[in-house]
Structure formats: C-alpha cells, structure tokens
Design a protein around this ligand. Structure first.
Ligand SMILES: Cc1cc2nc3c(=O)[nH]c(=O)nc-3n(C[C@H](O)[C@H](O)[C@H](O)COP(=O)(O)OP(=O)(O)OC[C@H]3O[C@@H](n4cnc5c(N)ncnc54)[C@H](O)[C@@H]3O)c2cc1C
Length: 429
C-alpha cells in the first residue's frame, strides 16, 4: 500500500482520489487550503445571486470522504522536497508521501496594473474571492470589470443581479476576441449590451485609483478616461497556480510540464487539471486546458497509472459549454477565431439575433471539423461522432435535425439552418 498525496481538492484532484480508491487500497490524502470539502467552482456565481447555498454546490455529502477512506487535510503546502518525498506546510508541519499528484488549479491574472491590490479590486476564482466580492459589493453603485471572457460575463451577471451598474472594459475589438470568430463575438456583444452593461471595446485599464482608505474609487483607462466605481473585477484570464513549486526541481513553464502520462520530470510526481502544461498536447491542441471536464478526465487517467495500469491521456474531441446571460454556448472541435487556410465556414443566424450555428469543414475533402452554437442546445454524442468519423459536411447538413437536443422540449431551429446551408453549399460546389 502506497501513500498518495494530492495537492488540490478541485475536480481534478477529487477525480483522481475517487478513482484511486475505486481501483486500490492505497492511503489517500487530499489537501487544500481553500475549503474543507470539494465544491463546484462553476456554480460560485449562483451562490452570490442567491440561487444556491454553499451546501448545494458540494457534489458529495460530507461523510463521503471518511466512508471512502479519503483523508482530508486543510492546509497550504508551502514547498515540496521531492528527494525526501516530503511536503512542508505553512503551519510548519510536514508530511511524507510515496507518490504525489499536483492538482493545484489556477489563479486570476494580474498584469501589474497600478492599484491592482487595492481593497475592492479582485478576480473571481476561489471561495475566498466570493467572500471578498460579497464584502466589497455591499450597497455599491458601480463596478468596472476588466477583461472580456467567460468569467467576466459571469461577474457582470452577478453584479447586475444586485442592481450594481457595470462598465466592462475589453481590450479587443469585440467580445472574447481571442476565442470567438467575428459573427459570434458580435452576437454576444449585442446580448451583453442588451442587459444594460456599459461594454467598451478597445479599452484598456491604466490604473485603479484609491480613496483615502486604500479602497478603489475609480479607474483610469489608457486613453485617460476616468470611471467612478467602488469595485473592480479583474477577469483577464487565469494562469496556473504554481509559485510554491519554485525551488522544488519540478519543471515548470506557464504550468507544470507533463508528458502524455501526466508525469512531471520527477519520478512519482504527476500534474493534472488547470495547472498542467503538456510538452506537446496529445491531440495537438493548446497545451494548457483550463476546463472542468478535462480536469476530470486527467484525474481519472492519472488514477489508472497510479494503480499499475499506465494510461495515456486521450481527451477526444474538444468540447466546451457556457452561458452568457440567457444564451447557452457550446463548441465542438476547434473553431478558430480566424479561420485556418483549409477551413470552409457556414454560418446561420436566427432573425432575432440571439441564436446561431457555425459549421466548419475541410475544403479539401469536405470532412466536418467543428461547430459553434449559441442559443440552441445540440446533442454532444452526435456532434462528437460526426467530427470523430470525419463525416462529410453534406451528410451532416442533411441529418442536422438529429443533433437537436431533446426536440420534445426545445423548439427546433435547425431546419432553418439546414435550408440555408444546403443552398450555400450547392452554390459553392
Ligand atoms: C467563476 C468560474 C466559472 C467557471 N465556469 C466554467 C464552466 O462553465 N465550464 C468549465 O468547463 N470550466 C469553468 N471554469 C473553470 C473550471 O472551474 C476549472 O477548469 C476547474 O475548476 C479546475 O479544476 P482543478 O481541479 O484543476 O483546480 P481547482 O479547482 O483550482 O482546484 C485547485 C485547488 O488546489 C488548491 N491549492 C493550490 N495550491 C495549493 C497549495 N500550495 N496548498 C494547498 N492547496 C492548494 C486551491 O486552493 C484549490 O482549492 C470556471 C472557473 C471559474 C473560476
């Protein structure tokens, strides 16, 4: 029996712990400095908005851990000595392990803005961030959010739910410009504005201005404009939370460097989830993946290797989903913000401007590559199969209705998309 220590009780660490227990009798210690029990980070916004309580976002009962012989330790690991196989905690204690899994997640980016550490200036990542947001947004009138991505929209929705006006600064020309192509970016930008968010493009933060108590009272943009506000949300992306590994000898770049088996350069030390960076991604996509389901998959994969069944990470087709206020978003395969040379793109948008579908295929062999969909829910399994099987775009269009999720309860807009695509593809053929 080995002692497996896991740093991080997020989705990656917890998935690893659960699957190690399923396949072995190893001693497991799950360590976190954030909360005693695992909670769903993606549901943080609903706690702020009053839809849920903390108890509701814990996926397991509190007695689950003892029942499954997973020891919980609430402590901050300040350093690691891989030669001695020892963790040092901030409290001064230490702990030995046989194998170590680093599942230490991300932290919000701060780009050295003047005033970024003032009171009332923060990102939204941890439970502590939520508590601090709760404290600093009590009774305030206006907030400024910096950085247009998924967490920024969530923060805008949270603040608006309490009647706080929001100014949203986005560096790019359109919303989430590094990820969304022009049409989708414009659709979402319109939707955000329709919620009365003061959305400003090509606008960058210069500094946060303090009041006499060291709390944010305004921001100044790079073009010199001042916006009065009592809270500043920093949502310009996240990066791996790895400072404590500095002197450990474990190789890092932006994240912790791993191979396809999620092994670091130190034997017996693995990294999974948001904090892991592939030397080379097994499927050629971006080498750091900061989404929920890939963290879960990495946790399950590393558990196999630790339980004597060495397994490579094989994530399959890229998928992501989110919600921008009222509009659901799903993406299948890789839709680039700027189409690649061999990409041919078909785009349909509903006349109400809140639903769209984009299909991308390879112009050389007509094989279906990827899709973006807003305001309509598609069947994951169907989309996955079409992309994995390199199905011809003609066949995909002909059978588009099969991808409609739960047609009994949702209006089917795919017929209209199908008709448009059929015409376009015949003309271009
Ligand atoms: C507001 C928000 C909304 C999101 N929405 C979505 C979504 O809709 N869909 C989606 O796919 N993804 C979403 N994400 C991203 C997703 O939540 C993350 O990809 C995922 O939670 C990462 O899981 P993880 O287990 O790798 O790390 P984490 O969940 O970050 O867990 C790491 C844990 O390790 C602890 N830790 C780190 N270092 C130490 C240390 N030295 N000592 C002790 N403990 C330590 C941290 O405190 C933390 O508790 C969202 C993220 C946020 C913040």
């Amino acid at each position: 029996m080995k002692h497996i220590a896991i740093i991080g009780n997020g989705i990656s660490g917890v998935s690893a712990a659960r699957h190690i227990r399923k396949h072995s009798d190893h001693k497991i210690t799950l360590i976190s400095a954030e909360t005693e029990h695992f909670f769903s980070r993606t549901a943080l916004m609903y706690v702020y908005m009053g839809h849920m309580k903390y108890e509701n976002i814990k996926p397991y009962e509190d007695n689950f851990w003892a029942k499954n012989r997973i020891d919980l330790k609430m402590a901050y690991v300040s350093s690691i000595d891989p030669n001695k196989k020892e963790l040092q905690f901030k409290s001064g204690e230490s702990m030995n392990y046989d194998q170590l899994i680093l599942a230490c997640g991300s932290k919000p980016n701060k780009f050295g803005w003047k005033g970024q550490d003032l009171k009332g200036v923060q990102g939204l990542y941890s439970w502590q961030d939520l508590e601090s947001m709760e404290e600093y947004t009590q009774g305030i009138k206006r907030a400024v959010i910096v950085g247009g991505g998924l967490i920024g929209v969530e923060m805008a929705e949270m603040l608006l739910s309490r009647g706080i006006a929001v100014t949203f600064l986005v560096r790019e020309k359109r919303f989430w410009g590094s990820v969304l192509p022009k049409e989708e970016g414009e659709l979402i930008s319109r939707h955000i504005k329709s919620h009365h968010v003061d959305l400003r493009f090509e606008t960058e933060l210069e500094e946060v201005i303090p009041d006499e108590n060291g709390r944010a009272k305004a921001i100044r943009t790079k073009s010199g404009e001042e916006v009065e506000c009592q809270f500043v949300g920093l949502t310009a992306g996240v990066s791996p939370n790895i400072e404590f590994l500095k002197d450990s000898g474990i190789e890092t770049q932006r994240g912790i460097m791993v191979n396809e088996f999620l092994e670091t350069n130190v034997e017996g030390v693995y990294a999974i989830g948001d904090c892991a960076q592939f030397h080379e991604h097994p499927t050629g996509r971006r080498n750091i993946e900061q989404v929920w389901y890939t963290g879960k998959m990495m946790g399950e994969t590393v558990a196999q290797s630790i339980c004597e069944n060495k397994t490579a990470y094989k994530p399959g087709i890229w998928f992501n989903s989110a919600k921008f206020f009222d509009i659901e978003y799903q993406t299948y395969g890789w839709v680039w913000a700027q189409a690649k040379e061999n990409d041919e793109v078909l785009y349909w948008e509903h006349e109400d401007g809140t639903k769209c579908l984009k299909l991308v295929y390879d112009k050389n062999d007509n094989s279906f590559l990827a899709a973006n969909v807003f305001g309509i829910r598609l069947r994951h399994r169907q989309m996955d199969a079409w992309i994995a099987n390199k199905t011809s775009i003609h066949q995909v269009i002909e059978n588009l209705n099969k991808a409609n999720f739960d047609p009994e309860f949702y209006e089917n807009h795919l017929e209209s998309a199908k008709n448009k695509f059929k015409k376009e593809i015949t003309v271009s053929a």
